[in-house]
Design a protein around this ligand. Structure first.
Ligand SMILES: Cc1cc2nc3c(=O)[nH]c(=O)nc-3n(C[C@H](O)[C@H](O)[C@H](O)COP(=O)(O)OP(=O)(O)OC[C@H]3O[C@@H](n4cnc5c(N)ncnc54)[C@H](O)[C@@H]3O)c2cc1C
Length: 417
């Protein structure tokens, strides 16, 4: 893939039109006035039939799994030899809204991605058939809001090592086969508003040392006794993505809430496969913010006059614009490669996915910081919007694995070959 095709450009223009009409006028409300982002996101899904498409895909997968459960031959998942253009097209169509929204409000994509991709996706990939039918569809259509909670006050990059939230097998006969959970999670996207939460914790078993405890995951619902969801934190950026804490005090859960129906279904490997998925999405977010910074800067460099000439006539400013274009081209090519790989049914190695995330986050931070510089004093003002891009960019170097963790992942993968 070397460029967006005609149909993709048409969809991009339609989504761009929607964002400019429906999102941009609401930016102050969702970024600074505490208005939750979900109504705007739902409107977008409905406008473009994305909720109906999610339902269609959901129904197909459930029909296949029900047929299998009845012991019937499941309707064959279409297997295509060679390049699967439909799969590539679907990947492109997933990227376009991410890019278009992130040009103005990266937080919206974070809130949407965690709810639909991480929470809904975890249930669809690892949940039992019953769990999929009970919880997944409203998350995939954003009718309900989802959160995915692994981080804790003392366990971030070392998510499993320092994890203190524990599930203990319940001895209460009224909750036979169930668990009692205690602990706390922090920096949880959608935490304040989540209807359903994928909670990743450790299993507290007699005689098992803390370092050897199993990782288990549960699906929790808002309002369960003992579960408290904090108010949104005040943050540096992505304020259109609410982030908060979860407190768990003797939360009793039945075995029906154990993700995948067993203590081994969604453990360390399950949570790690989610890291990979997140890393690929970050490149699309970075591309959007770099693209937008460049557009704003080119325009400003042509029109802002100092010393009797547009600032764009200065080589120092030209160098900044040129470096932005280098980053934009690289990120664009990474996205095209990702879509092409999906078409060929190939996976990125951990090193490549991590390298893409590391480059994307650093390039985005560098470009957006330079964008503020190109704008001078105006760049420091909220109305110029480049300051928001800079604040929003910083999170890309922190969540979904910090820059330092990406370096470690790349090096480990390379050195293990
Ligand atoms: C806005 C926002 C949204 C988030 N959303 C979610 C969410 O939805 N769900 C969720 O579970 N979590 C979420 N997080 C948490 C996020 O994943 C963590 O913040 C991240 O993993 C880093 O962990 P930490 O903050 O504890 O930093 P730490 O792990 O304490 O790291 C501090 C610094 O030390 C560095 N460091 C740590 N270990 C090493 C090492 N071995 N070598 C070199 N350097 C090292 C780190 O790179 C970093 O620079 C979110 C965070 C934010 C800010």
């Amino acid at each position: 893939m070397i460029e967006w095709n005609e149909q993709q450009r048409m969809i991009r223009d339609m989504v761009r039109g929607f964002v400019e009409k429906e999102v941009v006028p609401q930016l102050d409300a969702i970024e600074y006035e505490g208005v939750p982002p979900y109504a705007i996101l739902r409107k977008m899904l409905q406008t473009f039939g994305m909720d109906a498409m999610a339902k269609m895909e959901f129904d197909k997968q459930i029909a296949r799994e029900e047929a299998l459960a009845r012991g019937e031959a499941a309707p064959e998942k279409e297997k295509k030899e060679g390049f699967n253009a439909a799969a590539a097209e679907q990947a492109a169509m997933r990227m376009i809204p991410i890019i278009e929204i992130c040009r103005h409000a990266q937080g919206l994509v974070t809130a949407m991605g965690v709810s639909m991709g991480l929470a809904g996706g975890a249930i669809m990939s690892k949940g039992t058939l019953e769990q999929k039918k009970r919880w997944a569809l409203p998350l995939l259509t954003l009718e309900k809001i989802g959160a995915w909670a692994i981080s804790e006050p003392n366990s971030g990059s070392d998510a499993f090592g320092q994890m203190k939230t524990l599930a203990k097998r319940d001895t209460d006969t009224a909750n036979a086969g169930g668990y009692v959970i205690n602990g706390a999670k922090t920096w949880i996207t959608n935490g304040p508003y989540a209807d359903h939460i994928i909670l990743i914790c450790k299993l507290d078993e007699d005689g098992v040392a803390p370092a050897d405890r199993k990782i288990v995951s549960f699906i929790l619902d808002k309002g369960m006794p003992g579960l408290e969801q904090s108010k949104p934190f005040k943050k540096m950026g992505i304020n259109s993505s609410p982030t908060g804490e979860l407190f768990l005090s003797d939360v009793k859960v039945g075995a029906d809430r154990l993700l995948g129906g067993s203590e081994t279904a969604y453990g360390r490997a399950g949570a790690k496969s989610t890291f990979m998925q997140e890393r690929a999405g970050v490149a699309a977010m970075a591309l959007a913010m770099v693209e937008r910074s460049l557009e704003l800067c080119v325009e400003y460099a042509k029109t802002r006059v100092q010393f009797g000439q547009p600032i764009g006539n200065n080589q120092l400013i030209q160098l900044k614009l040129a470096k932005m274009e280098v980053a934009r081209t690289n990120l664009q090519n990474m996205i095209f490669r990702y879509i092409e790989l999906v078409g060929w049914g190939k996976q990125m190695t951990l090193a490549e996915a991590s390298a893409m995330k590391l480059y994307a986050a650093q390039a985005c931070m560098e470009v957006t910081t330079e964008a503020v510089q190109v704008f001078g004093g105006m760049g420091y003002m909220r109305e110029a919007r480049v300051e928001q891009l800079m604040r929003d960019a910083k999170i890309l170097q922190i969540y979904a694995g910090t820059d330092e963790m990406q370096v470690i992942a790349i090096a480990r993968d390379l050195l293990s070959r």
